[in-house]
Design a protein around this ligand. Structure first.
Ligand code: SF4
Length: 59
């Protein structure tokens, strides 16, 4: 499993990561994504590649 985090200052709340990988990401009260769990390495890599602003990084 891979630890992952969201750089909340960069997140624009597009929902791509939450929609595709809701077991790893959820929205916080500010409408920004945050990591709620470690993820399968392939899923984390997909989320990183799919974020339009590069806000998801390995932790
Ligand atoms: S894909 Fe990126 S910009 Fe979109 S909600 Fe997730 S972290 Fe935020």
């Amino acid at each position: 499993m891979q630890k992952v985090k969201v750089l909340t200052d960069e997140c624009i709340g597009c929902g791509a990561c939450v929609g595709a990988h809701g077991d790893i990401f959820a929205f916080n009260d500010d409408g920004k994504a945050e990591a709620i769990a470690d993820g399968d390495e392939a899923d984390v890599a997909d989320a990183i590649a799919s974020c339009p602003v590069g806000a998801i990084v390995e932790d």
